[in-house]
Design a protein around this ligand. Structure first.
Ligand SMILES: *[C@@H]1O[C@H](CO)[C@@H](O)[C@H](O)[C@H]1NC(C)=O
Length: 432
């Protein structure tokens, strides 16, 4: 009897605490992919082949109402109205995948109306309460297992260009404006800590999860008080990419998500540095999740660009939009893949991109095509299954909590590239 009780007790403990070494695979779902066109259009049904690889699914994104500070769906029609009801369609996947945890994420740079509200909310206890009460209710009503805060803090200023391009830089500043500086950093840091504490309390009552996603180019050491919040959150997703983008750095292309510091670069702008901040501040490594982007950033090369293709190199703004995703400076993984295939037997098509992989496995892969006649050149920094696998190996070697795939809609979810669906997700999963 005693032995049976002991075994029962052991089993109960095992059920309550899943083995700590079970790596998380956190799959982000960008819900606006529903309204993309043609090959890029993703329906909730298209998620199915991914979900046996995912431990968590994060629905992106809910927003903040600028007047009431309530957490609200950003696309009512798509998210909650009866015709589509994607919130429900997504959380219903748990019937088929019972272990899957589905979180509703708020912010994520998808909430662009009156962005100052993310700061104002942190300054007001009443606003925080309105946000928390509405958020917990919204998540519960639609069957989510918790909330992810992808808070839209002010960003690190883009780096200045090398002095030889000083005059060019001056011209750009006029066009793009300067990033607003946050003159209440300390207040926002404290407000965020309070928000996490209060939200955790409210979620605890419902036994729901709380995760945070640290967005690209947010200075974590300014806004995230690690010792104060780390025990309150279940997961910390570090979106350690977009260190260089064609929007922030239109005149210079560089690796967007290097694992380690390339020579002569800012020592803080790489994956390893982002992770070190959390670890040295006392975060347990198994709470930290490294995000791997599935999309590429692209720049246009012109006659002033260095012909070696080696970054950093001079560029002339964002590369042209992809055929399906249709946003300047951005390509999905299958769109990159299509440009790497040599179509030399087809007349009239542009030359393919030359891929340059990184045998050191430290900085990432890029591909480029120099300008030719009337054709613009293109420079592309991207992840592929190889580099995603390398990042997963890094995660494993550091005993981190796992990887996040940001996001599923930009992975090759149709299997257009090699026939395998979700190649980046799979490659990362297998190397964990
Ligand atoms: C982030 O802020 C700290 C000060 O808290 C500063 O030392 C550091 O340089 C900043 N990081 C970047 C990349 O600007």
């Amino acid at each position: 009897m005693k032995i049976l009780l002991a075994i029962a007790a052991l089993l109960a403990v095992a059920a309550a605490n899943p083995p700590p070494n079970q790596a998380k695979v956190i799959c982000y779902y960008e819900s606006t992919s529903y309204v993309r066109e043609s090959q890029a259009r993703m329906l909730p049904l298209d998620l199915d082949p991914a979900l046996s690889f995912c431990t968590h699914l994060v629905y992106g994104y809910a927003g903040v109402h600028p007047d009431t500070y309530k957490m609200v769906p950003l696309n009512e029609n798509l998210d909650v109205d009866r015709s589509h009801a994607n919130y429900r369609a997504i959380t219903n996947f748990r019937t088929k995948y019972p272990g899957l945890k589905v979180l509703l994420s708020v912010g994520g740079d998808a909430d662009v109306e009156e962005e100052q509200k993310y700061n104002l909310l942190l300054e007001s206890p009443q606003a925080r309460t309105a946000f928390i009460n509405s958020g917990v209710l919204l998540a519960e009503q639609h069957g989510f297992d918790g909330i992810d805060l992808a808070w839209q803090f002010a960003r690190i200023k883009p780096k200045k260009l090398r002095s030889t391009w000083g005059s060019i830089w001056h011209g750009i500043k006029k066009t793009f404006g300067t990033t607003p500086v946050d003159d209440k950093e300390a207040e926002h840091r404290e407000g965020f800590t309070a928000l996490v504490r209060e939200l955790k309390q409210a979620l605890n009552i419902k036994q729901q999860l709380l995760s945070i996603s640290v967005l690209p180019n947010v200075n974590a050491s300014v806004y995230y008080d690690v010792p104060a919040i780390i025990n309150l959150v279940d997961i910390v997703n570090l979106h350690a990419y977009d260190y260089n983008t064609p929007t922030r750095n239109p005149k210079e292309a560089d690796y967007t998500a290097p694992t380690y510091k390339p020579q002569d670069r800012n020592p803080l702008l790489n994956v390893d540095s982002a992770i070190s901040y959390w670890i040295t501040s006392g975060a347990p490594s198994n709470k930290i999740v490294l995000s791997i982007p599935t999309f590429a950033r692209t720049w246009k090369l012109d006659s002033d660009s260095e012909i070696s293709g080696v970054p950093p190199l001079h560029t002339d703004g964002p590369g042209e939009a992809g055929p399906y995703t249709k946003r300047e400076g951005l390509l999905s993984y299958p769109e990159v893949c299509a440009k790497l295939i040599n179509p030399n037997h087809q007349k009239g098509l542009r030359p393919h991109l030359r891929k340059v992989s990184d045998p050191s496995k430290r900085f990432g892969t890029y591909a480029y095509r120099l300008p030719q006649d009337s054709d613009d050149g293109l420079w592309v920094s991207y992840e592929d299954p190889d580099t995603a696998g390398q990042k997963a190996s890094y995660v494993k070697s550091k005993n981190l909590g796992g990887v996040a795939i940001v996001d599923l809609s930009m992975d090759d979810f149709r299997g257009l590239c090699t026939g395998d669906k979700y190649p980046i997700l799979r490659a990362a999963k297998y190397r964990l």
